[in-house]
Structures are given as structure tokens and as C-alpha cells.
Design a protein around this ligand. Structure first.
Ligand code: ATP
Length: 238
């Protein structure tokens, strides 16, 4: 039975005269990984920015049944919908540990925060080894792990990940893959925007392909795998 946690309906975003999203609709079910793929500039980040309350939009975005139109970005975080941006937005001069604690700044359940810290260190042993290291001195892959770890410290119900594999070595992508699968097993819902179609197809059960602000195709991972256009244009590139 359908049980959407996030429902995006007929979303339009304009940057001045540029029509960046032209009526995008996506519904993410509780407990699934939903993939959004598409080339550079297609509108993936714009879609996530709209959901997070970072840009003005037309259309409807509902999270857990509530319309997000009147919510501020911080309210959306407190609803349990956490956004890991492509820029990662770490506190560069804070240590790994301090960055993780910043993720928990709105929580007052101290014991659960401690348990979540250990959960994150268990999920990403590279962070555990570097608890006192400043974020800015970490590799790109380690910073990505820290960004996901910090998001987890907010005790999310749903994560939006924008290009988590961009610029990363295959061995690090593998670590992130394993972490994502563990989080899925634990019941997290994930909206994953990726140019790396291979990565998105490996994890997502259902996907949309966005090109120039419009959804060109939506379907299951196996439908995407079998689609000749997707295979030729998007798979095998990475
Ligand atoms: P990428 O993978 O490169 O991040 P994307 O699919 O996430 O691409 P967006 O970043 O959402 O694409 O960009 C969609 C379109 O909107 C592009 O044409 C981009 O130039 C434009 N755009 C994005 N942000 C802004 C902005 N702040 N002001 C003006 N135009 C913008």
C-alpha cells in the first residue's frame, strides 16, 4: 500500500526569467531510497532546495501529510527532514566530534545523542579514527561521511542527499554505499540526487530522470536498467 512520506506535486521554480523546474512531481514512500538522476544543470539541486525551504516555488510539497509552504527551513529540520547539500556545509575549523555535535544542537535527549554518536562512529570508522581532526583537513570522502554523520545526529526520519559521491574515489564510494544500505535497513527514508546514475541505480528502488527541469522518465530500478535511452545516455559513464 502506498504510504508517501514526501509528496512533491507540480513543482515550479523560477530564477528570474529562467524556468528551472517545470512541473515536477515525485512521491517518496516511507522507508525507500528514491533516486533522482539527470545531467548537470537539470534541476536536481533546485528540487532539493525547494523541499528544504531554500528557494521559492509554486506547487505543493507535503511532508508527513503537512504542507511545507509555510514552514521555515529550521522547522523542516525539526520535522525530521534533513538535507545534506552538495557543498557539505561543514564547520571547517571544528573537529569531527564538534561537527557531529552541531548536528544534535536542537536535541535535548542527551543519552540518545550519545548513542547516536557511537552509531555514527560505528557506521563510519574513518570518523572514529579522526574524532579530533579539523574538518577542513579531511579528504573529500571523509568530509562527505562527516556531512552524512552530522545529518544523522539530527535524528532524521528522512535524508536528502545531493551528489554524495561527487569527486570521490571508488573505495570511498563503497564505504558510503554500505552506510546507505545500513541506514535503509534501519528504516530511514532517503531522497538521493545523483549524476552518478550507476550509484543511484544500485541503491534506489524507484527513480526519476530529470532533464532541463522536467521529468523525462520515472519507474523502478529494473525499468531504468532495461531502458535503452537511460543505458546509452546515463549508465556506464561512471
Ligand atoms: P548539478 O548536478 O550541476 O548540481 P542540478 O541538476 O542539480 O545540476 P540545478 O543546480 O538545480 O541543477 O540547476 C538547474 C538550473 O537552474 C540550471 O540552469 C542552473 O544554472 C539554474 N540555477 C540554479 N541555481 C540558480 C540560482 N541561484 N540562480 C540562478 N539560476 C540558478
Amino acid at each position: 500500500m502506498s504510504d508517501p512520506l514526501l509528496e512533491i506535486d507540480d513543482l515550479h521554480v523560477y530564477y528570474g526569467k529562467a524556468h528551472a523546474l517545470k512541473g515536477v512531481s515525485v512521491s517518496v514512500e516511507r522507508g525507500e531510497i528514491y533516486g533522482v538522476i539527470g545531467p548537470n544543470g537539470a534541476g536536481k539541486t533546485t528540487m532539493l532546495n525547494a523541499v528544504a525551504g531554500f528557494v521559492d516555488y509554486e506547487g505543493t510539497i507535503r511532508y508527513d501529510g503537512s504542507d511545507l509552504a509555510d514552514e521555515r527551513a529550521q522547522d523542516i529540520v525539526q520535522d525530521g527532514l534533513i538535507y545534506c547539500t552538495e557543498d557539505r556545509d561543514l564547520f571547517p575549523f571544528f573537529s569531527v566530534h564538534e561537527n557531529l555535535l552541531m548536528g544534535a544542537q536542537f536535541r535535548d535527549d542527551r543519552e540518545a545523542v550519545e548513542a547516536d554518536l557511537e552509531m555514527v562512529y560505528d557506521l563510519f570508522p574513518r570518523l572514529d579514527e579522526r574524532r579530533e581532526q579539523e574538518a577542513e583537513t579531511m579528504s573529500g570522502g571523509e568530509q562527505q561521511m562527516l556531512a552524512i554523520g552530522r545529518a544523522l545526529m539530527s535524528d532524521p526520519e528522512m535524508l536528502m542527499l545531493d551528489e554524495p559521491t561527487i569527486g570521490l574515489a571508488p573505495v570511498i564510494i563503497q564505504d558510503i554505499s554500505e552506510a546507505i544500505e545500513r541506514l535503509l535497513d534501519e528504516g530511514l527514508t532517503i531522497l538521493l540526487a545523483e549524476q552518478n546514475s550507476t550509484f543511484a541505480l544500485r541503491h534506489a528502488e524507484r527513480l526519476s530522470l530529470i532533464e532541463t527541469g522536467e521529468i523525462e522518465l520515472e519507474g523502478t530500478a529494473s525499468e531504468f536498467h532495461d531502458n535503452e535511452y537511460v543505458r546509452e545516455a546515463y549508465v556506464g559513464v561512471h
